[in-house]
Design a protein around this ligand. Structure first.
Ligand code: ACO
Length: 333
């Protein structure tokens, strides 16, 4: 049986760093409130000339290089994003593939908000296991700043831009394989995180734009409570199903939305602080890019080795959630 393996990890962070103090000058907020409630200190925003596909291209290029491959070796490209270049078409994956010199292979986007990377892993694993695909490029990329209302302090302080990418390849070696991925969703809570306008429900109009309906709205408190509960039970489930104890996990890498959520879930599951990876302080919530950017931070610190067991966990708009257990299949930096 062929296994699927995470062969590489890479990320791209835009150059414009925005601190909480910068935001204090734009909206009625404070460094103290943001730090205490979220753990975020800085986030990075893309330039107005950059689109999500530009961020995705940079991360994708490096992921292919780190996997020791050429663009022509890639036989599928999937991008997870809630901030695509265009509403509807063409997909960000098509544009990114072309930028990378990858042509005439399937390329498509998925919309699962912050759970994007877990869904990508699940799909890449399934496609590889059909035996028809060898190397799939998966990318979580977001220019969320284009969806932020900078007059709404309850959302604009939380998010950042960025991209994270991986190549998932076929392998015969179980010791470097994705062990298990669990994904789920419940549309009952679709209004918890929503960009109300510019889709078919409320098409773009002067009135919609005047009411700022093209921007992200979030029921933060309700989402927070559900996130902690769902993430903890999801992680417990995947560990139990695979008979793995928390102590066997090298790194627990949850979606980076809020330090309080990460700490609560980490404590409920008895992970030590050495096991829990935190990047939300630096990058804010980069949605589909958050988990691969966090994996990449461990990789670039030189502390990620082939065979290390990673536990990933995410929760986001939809609502969607999921977790993944995998052994890293790439070489250390
Ligand atoms: N600065 C100062 N005050 C603020 C700010 C701000 N930026 N934002 C809100 N406040 C105020 C509120 O107005 C409120 O004031 P009030 O008590 O006078 O009404 C007070 O702070 C408390 O607001 P809450 O919303 O109750 O604050 P909470 O502690 O819940 O923190 C937060 C808000 C950070 C959004 C938190 O609820 C959260 O992290 N939620 C989950 C986010 C998440 O996991 N999302 C899923 C992934 S995202 C995706 O899929 C795209």
């Amino acid at each position: 049986m062929k296994y699927a393996s995470l062969k590489s990890i890479a990320s791209y962070v835009p150059s414009r760093c925005v601190s909480n103090f910068d935001l204090e000058k734009m909206v009625d907020t404070s460094d103290e409130w943001i730090t205490k409630r979220t753990g975020i200190k800085t986030r990075y925003f893309a330039e107005s000339s950059e689109a999500t596909s530009d961020l995705a291209t940079k991360a994708g290029q490096e992921a292919i290089r780190r996997a020791g491959l050429k663009p022509s070796d890639i036989d599928m490209v999937i991008v997870a994003t809630l901030s695509p270049d265009y509403i509807g078409m063409p997909s960000t994956a098509c544009i990114t593939s072309y930028n990378l010199g990858i042509e005439n292979v399937p390329a498509f986007d998925i919309t699962t908000a912050c759970t994007g990377y877990i869904y990508l892993l699940s799909m890449a694993k399934a496609f590889i296991q059909t035996g028809e695909y060898q190397n799939i490029l998966i990318i979580g990329a977001e220019k969320i700043s284009s969806l932020l209302d900078f007059s709404d302090r309850t959302t604009c302080v939380l998010f950042g831009d960025g991209a994270g990418a991986s190549v998932v390849s076929a392998t015969e070696n179980e010791g470097e394989a994705i062990v298990d991925v669990h994904i789920s969703a419940n549309g009952k809570y679709s209004d918890f995180l929503i960009t109300p306008a510019c889709g078919s429900k409320i098409p773009a109009s002067a009135e919609a734009l005047a009411n700022h309906l093209q921007f992200i709205k979030m029921k933060g408190n309700e989402t927070f409570k559900l996130a902690v509960k769902t993430l903890a039970s999801d992680v417990e489930h995947i560990l139990q199903k695979n008979s793995i104890a928390p102590s066997e996990v090298k790194y627990f890498i949850p979606h980076q939305a809020n330090l309080r959520i990460i700490s609560a879930v980490g404590e409920m599951l008895d992970f030590s602080s050495d096991q829990v990876v935190v990047t939300v302080d630096k990058y804010g919530n980069t949605s589909a890019a958050s988990i691969p950017m966090a994996i990449n931070s461990v990789y670039e610190s030189g502390k990620l080795a082939k065979g290390d067991l990673l536990l990933l966990d995410a929760f986001g708009g939809g609502l969607t959630w999921g977790s993944a257990l995998l052994r890293f299949g790439g070489d250390s930096l």
